[in-house]
Design a protein around this ligand. Structure first.
Ligand code: G16
Length: 542
């Protein structure tokens, strides 16, 4: 039976960079999730009788949320719901299912790389029929709807057994619980040379992949161990846990320091890698060499043709604005366009759909291609493995060759996490107000050549997105970018991105902090970070 129930008063909820993310306790409030899910469905047209993909990263509240989403979806006319067994679907696997089975869309339950558990974060995002994050037009419509919604529709039915594979009629529709890994593993086999990678892994090459007790464990075990013959101990923390084992499932150098230490140790593994809560980010560290996400994007774009799925070459390369310009040089050499977009994977969707770009990436550890419409952590690791297998060189040698050929973009990101939102907003506003006067000014011997607030004109749909980050370009080379994170759940996070290009191989072996020391000091001074946030140093540097 379908029930129509009144909502409780609900303040408008604006989805951020990647869906709605809040503390678990916020989502657990009566009718909070119901309101948001109904608001999404109210903004969709033509979903009647269609297929919806539903799954999540296994974090605390995942199973409860899935029951609610499925019952509301059926009450709103969806005809068929595909659910990953155990409620598990990585974000890229969900994107693949939407595309492969011609689904109308998908609901992914995840707060990505944010911590989980009862005191952690939860999130929900809607992906469209192309498999990608909902476009801004839709998220804005959902936001407006959350302010007006008065009631929601839900099927009054017993809970679904999420652990039993198979189909089941429920109310007016059909539920299918499917294996979360099968289709994704097939997709990876269609893109990469599994025989070559198997050969590499059996030649004594040592891989350590940390699933961080999050969603990628089952995917990594199937692909790396079962299909590619890596040893069982190649996959660390391979069982998804509701609290991610108490760890922070963001595979950066702080949270995955153990991998960095392992890769830097004598006789360490040849490749240490990790993925995040929902499986879309990646970390790559070769023996003795950490690869920044920006460099990784450039190297993957330059070598993608070595994998069968990209043998025809790439049509174009896209990166988010704060990502370093390393990929630009590769695109130039390949003779293809480089697209610079705002932060947020959704901006790559149109470029991929239109066939303008094949490989995309972001400094925030996301890399992907047109095989799905999300970034894809395991895909990036498999492409690295494919390249390593073909080139027969170490990660460090490939990186060194790359810098010698294209130059090195020294790069770091400095995050001031959970600062007071008021101070962070005032800092950005002050910078914005100062933009007209900044060009020509010198700070500590460096002159600002250009200062702007990044705006993007989408070449496919013609839409404009403004205020996407303050950019300062220096006459002597080098760049500082300021922007506020769109994915935090408490206070604000100020991100400061610093970059300098070094073409001279003799000067490419400094450590990053040294190479960027002057720009780092300036980044604090120019924006008055201590003044506005009270912070003398960032909380995370990657
Ligand atoms: C999300 C988006 C990414 C984006 C990142 C930025 O990542 O999908 O495209 O780069 O947020 O985060 P912030 O706004 O905090 O800098 P994820 O992995 O959280 O879905």
């Amino acid at each position: 039976m379908i029930q129509t129930l009144a909502t409780t008063p609900f303040e408008g909820q604006r989805p951020g960079t990647s869906g709605l993310r809040k503390k678990v306790k916020v989502f657990q409030q009566p009718r909070y999730l119901e309101n948001f899910v109904q608001s999404i469905f109210d903004c969709l047209e033509g979903a009647h009788g269609q297929t919806l993909v539903v799954g999540g990263d296994g974090r605390f509240f995942n199973r409860e949320a899935i029951q609610i989403v499925v019952k509301i979806a059926l009450a709103n006319g969806f005809g068929r719901i595909l659910i990953g067994r155990g409620g598990i679907l990585s974000t890229p696997a969900a994107s693949n299912l939407i595309r492969k089975y011609g689904a109308f869309g998908g609901v992914i339950l995840s707060a990505s790389h944010n911590p989980g558990g009862p005191d952690g974060d939860f999130g929900i995002k809607y992906n469209a029929s192309n498999g990608g994050p909902a476009p801004e037009k839709l998220t804005e419509a959902v936001f407006a709807r959350t302010k007006a919604i008065k009631e929601y529709r839900i099927l009054d039915a017993p809970d679904i057994d999420l652990d039993r594979l198979g189909a089941l009629g429920l109310g007016p529709g059909l539920i299918e619980v499917i294996d979360p890994v099968d289709d994704y593993a097939l997709l990876m086999q269609s893109l990469f040379d599994f025989d070559k990678i198997r050969g590499l892994l059996q030649s004594g090459f040592r891989l350590r992949f940390d699933a961080m007790s999050a969603v990628t464990g089952p995917y990594a075990k199937r692909i790396f161990v079962d299909l590619l013959g890596a040893s069982a101990d190649s996959v660390l923390n391979g069982t998804p846990l509701p609290d991610f084992g108490g760890h922070h499932p963001d595979p950066n150098l702080v949270n995955a320091k153990h991998l960095l230490d392992l890769a830097m140790s004598k006789d360490g593994p040849d490749l240490c890698a990790a993925s995040d809560g929902d499986g879309d980010r990646n970390l790559i560290i070769g023996a003795g060499r950490y690869v920044t996400p920006s460099d990784s994007l450039a190297i993957l774009a330059g070598n993608a043709h070595l994998a069968p799925g990209y043998a025809r070459g790439v049509a174009g390369v896209a990166r988010s604005m704060p990502t370093s310009a390393a990929a630009d040089k590769v695109a130039e050499r390949l003779g293809v366009n480089l697209y610079e977009t705002p932060t947020g994977w959704k901006f790559f969707g149109n470029l991929l759909d239109a066939g303008l770009a094949t490989i995309c990436g972001e400094e925030s550890a996301g890399t992907g291609s047109d095989h799905v419409r999300e970034k894809d952590g395991l895909w990036a690791i498999l492409l690295w493995l494919n390249i390593l297998a073909v080139r027969g060189q170490s990660v460090a040698a490939i990186v060194a060759d790359h810098w010698a050929e294209y130059g090195r973009n020294y790069y770091c990101r400095r995050d001031y996490e959970e600062v007071e939102a008021e101070g962070a907003n005032a800092l950005v506003q002050a910078l914005r107000d100062a933009l007209p006067e900044l060009p020509g000014k010198s700070f500590g011997g460096l002159k600002i050549a250009k200062a702007d607030d990044f705006a993007y004109h989408d070449p496919v749909d013609g839409s404009d997105t403004t205020q996407q980050g303050i950019r300062l370009l220096f006459s002597e080379g080098g760049r500082i970018v300021y922007r506020l994170s769109g994915t935090g759940t408490s206070g604000a996070t100020l991100r400061v991105y610093i970059e300098r290009y070094e073409p001279d191989p003799a000067k490419q072996n400094l450590d990053t902090e040294t190479a960027l020391a002057d720009l780092i000091a300036l980044s604090q001074e120019i924006a008055g970070i201590a003044h506005y946030t009270g912070r003398l140093a960032p909380s995370v540097v990657t």
